[in-house]
Structure formats: structure tokens, C-alpha cells
Write a protein that binds this ligand. Sequence first.
Ligand code: IMP
Length: 202
Amino acid sequence: MRKLLLATRNRGKVREIKGLLDGLPVEVLSLEDYPEIPPVEEDLPTFAGNALKKAETAARASGEIALADDSGLEVEALNGQPGVYSARFAGPGADDEANNRLLLEKLNAVPPERRGAVFRCAIALVLPGGETHLVEDSCPGRIAPSPRGSGGFGYDPLFIYEPAGLTYAEMDQEAKSKISHRGKALRRARMLLEDLLSKSGG
Ligand code: IMP
């Protein structure tokens, strides 16, 4: 069976991505299975650029098909911050709690109607020979006044998906995946992957 390397060590992401690729004729691995591949510096100004950089590095180092996602939250009242800095908003090595606390602090005086935000996701697929593909998707929402819910990871407890009136963290994995930035982008990446696998003879 072909191998697909998810170019991440984030277990929350691995869980979500594996769920959405279930049933494909590939063995899904992550960078936890390749401790020798060093972390990639996510220093490019766009989600697409960082996703491509991570997938290209993983494909080159492993010789397998690699998939990388780069995602983050853009808050309107903060002119698109934290954006590509979402994972380290509160500083290098910041944890989810510190990032969420800082986001709430910065929006302290901002009323509900100005707390609009969008989650964006870019997914890069890179074949061992270097062929690259990119898909992007997004999900609009609003930042809650305080954390709600216990599921998910990252900014999930603060991101209200308005059609459901729930934060991402109050939705179960399946419900979140149906509407989330990453779920939508991954379903398109899955179709692309199916196509690429059938062309390369499985
Ligand atoms: P990266 O894509 O690994 O660079 O990190 C993106 C960062 O954005 C994560 O560390 C989270 O803080 C945040 N993020 C991305 N997707 C989600 C999501 O679905 N829920 C909550 N936070 C997310």
C-alpha cells in the first residue's frame, strides 16, 4: 500500500485529517513516525506558502507522498491577526490557553458585531517526484466573549460557528469537520489524492 505522510506532529490535526482520509488506499503516517525529519520553520507570509514548504520538505526527506496543512485564524478587528502567527500568537512556544487569553484581551473592548473572524486552511500535496498541488478553503465565524466547550484544540473554544450557534469546541468532530475550514479543504484534497493515486496505479 502507498504511504501518505502527514507533515505535522500536532496530534489534534493528525486525528482530524486521518478521520477525513479514512477508506483511501494509503497507509497514513505522520512526522511522529519520522523523528529524524527536522521541524520546518513556518516563516512565510501566507498559509499556502507554509503548507507548500512543509509538504515539500516532508516529501523530499521521506520519498513518500506528503500532505501538509497550514491554517489559522484571521480576526477582522485585529486586521487579520493572528493569521500565519496563530500557533505562536502569545510568543514562541505559546500554548493554546495563552493564545486564547491574549486574543480575548485584545478584543476586550470590541462589541459582538465587530468580532467577526475567519478560519483559513491551505493544504499542499506533494508527490515524491516534486509535483505539487494546493487547495484552500475557509469558514467565517465570530469570537466569543469567553471560552465555551471542551472539544477540539487551539482557538476552538472561542470560535463561534454562527449557523449552529456553537463554538467549534462545542461541536463533535464529525459536525465540525462538515463545516470547518480544514474539513472543507481536506475533502477537496481527498478527491485530488484519489485522482493522483488512481493515475499512479494505486
Ligand atoms: P499551523 O497550521 O500548524 O501553523 O497552526 C495553526 C494554528 O492555528 C494552530 O496552532 C491553532 O492555534 C490554530 N488553528 C488552526 N486550525 C484550527 C482549528 O480547527 N481549531 C482551532 N485552532 C486552529
